[in-house]
Design a protein around this ligand. Structure first.
Ligand SMILES: Cc1cc2nc3c(=O)[nH]c(=O)nc-3n(C[C@H](O)[C@H](O)[C@H](O)COP(=O)(O)OP(=O)(O)OC[C@H]3O[C@@H](n4cnc5c(N)ncnc54)[C@H](O)[C@@H]3O)c2cc1C
Length: 382
């Protein structure tokens, strides 16, 4: 049986572990954090139906558990300068497979359910274990941690945006790059159950703002003009609804980047990059964590196939399929970015759409949907 080591116990690494287990392999999972709960803030909230269904296939009951722990919003509305231009009550009827169309849950909640599923499947995360170096050859991969060296047939690099695995292999992140600065914050408790997207929001001096309910609270996401603007806002609480200031639990001054690794595999086809180790997108359209799940399951399938038929063709296919998907995801997130950080001409178009929505509901719908980017599919949804 092939030995596989996963570096990183974020959503991508844990999903990869479960997918490998479903193929009869039992990987080691190395994680630099001391415990699962060492993650702050809600971060990726939106788990799409396709991800719930995918997780259900690799660990029966997991998709259902994540769906049941998260919430569905009561409504979604889009506002322009205070006025509602689009509003829709959410349909909570499960889809044909019994899973909802999405669930909204803090990333730590999703992470804990993934860790529990790994434990139930006989895989304990090795916490407080930082991988410093990875070197591959034709027949194996060598990993170096703080205190020991290990060998594996295959390694999955799921170690996030500042991936040591990617860096060790000399794989670069490529642009075209954009950076966008946000204030992301959590308000815990309360009764907000409407997801609001607000263009030219008066409460934040005309910036775009999102208010996204999740199990236990809601997330505020303010799109800032630049780094200095984000730093200035982070020092005030002017952007928090006054009644909620005392329930503010987490504030992050965050820079989102668009970049895709030049390769998702090493030259010897023994190391596969997944999730943010392989690509960084602005979060619009919820493509970060959802595409990390798709990468993870595809990487595990490729390793299972490569181990059983002793050929690296499946690894090459992984690189082709998931890198192409990442490029599409990056483009889609970029379209959404152009709406949420509007140029002067985009601002004029949005103003026009907001006026038109008084007579033509399609214009309001356009303002709602543009924030998620075009509906493209990458083989699957992400
Ligand atoms: C503020 C914020 C808001 C976000 N909002 C959204 C959203 O709304 N929707 C969405 O889809 N995505 C969102 N994202 C992105 C989402 O969090 C990521 O896409 C997701 O976490 C990627 O998962 P991952 O497993 O690839 O990486 P990570 O979650 O970063 O996991 C990597 C893991 O590897 C570990 N690690 C790192 N280096 C090493 C090492 N050398 N050795 C061992 N372990 C290591 C880390 O400790 C970490 O646990 C958001 C992110 C942030 C920060």
């Amino acid at each position: 049986m092939s030995e596989v080591i996963i570096v990183g116990a974020g959503p991508a690494g844990l999903a990869a572990a479960l997918a490998l287990r479903a193929h009869g392999l039992r990987p080691r999972i190395l994680e630099s954090r001391a415990r699962a709960s060492d993650i702050t803030g809600s971060r990726a909230l939106f788990v799409h139906h396709d991800s719930l269904a995918l997780l259900e296939t690799i660990s029966p009951g997991l998709g259902q558990a994540i769906a049941a722990t998260g919430i569905r919003w009561a409504r979604r509305e889009t506002r322009y300068a205070g006025r509602v231009v689009y509003s829709r009550a959410e349909n909570h009827t499960p889809l044909g497979d019994g899973l909802p169309s999405y669930t909204s849950l803090g990333q730590s909640g999703t992470g804990e359910l993934l860790v529990d599923a790994c434990t139930r499947n006989g895989m304990d995360v090795e916490w407080s274990t930082t991988v410093h170096k990875v070197a591959s050859s034709d027949d194996r991969v060598t990993l170096t941690t703080d205190s020991w060296t290990a060998h594996a047939d295959f390694v999955i690099g799921a170690d996030g945006a500042r991936s040591r695995v990617r860096e060790s292999l000399g794989i670069e992140l490529q642009g075209p790059r954009i950076s966008c600065y946000h204030i992301v914050a959590d308000v815990l408790g309360g009764k907000r159950d409407c997801r609001t997207l607000h263009y030219s929001c008066p409460e934040v001096n005309g910036r775009t703002a999102m208010y996204v309910p999740f199990a236990g609270g809601y997330q505020i996401d303010i799109q800032c003009h630049d780094q200095a603007d984000a730093a200035r806002l982070a020092d005030t609480r002017s952007w928090v609804p006054p009644d909620d200031v005392t329930r503010l639990a987490w504030v992050s001054n965050y820079r989102f980047i668009r970049a895709v690794a030049s390769s998702f595999i090493d030259a010897h086809r023994r190391v596969l990059l997944v999730g943010e180790a392989a690509h960084l997108f602005p979060p619009f359209g919820a493509r970060g964590m959802n595409s990390a799940f798709a990468d993870a399951v595809a990487a595990a399938t490729a390793i299972a196939l490569a181990s059983s038929v002793k050929s690296t063709a499946a690894i090459t296919r992984y690189e082709n399929e998931r890198r192409t998907a990442a490029l599409i995801n990056a483009d889609t997130a970029y379209h959404a970015y152009r709406h949420l950080h509007p140029s002067r001409s985009m601002r004029a178009t949005q103003w026009g759409a907001a006026q038109a929505s008084l007579l033509a509901p399609g214009a309001g719908r356009w303002l709602e949907h543009s924030a998620y980017g075009p509906r493209v599919r990458t083989g699957g949804r992400y």
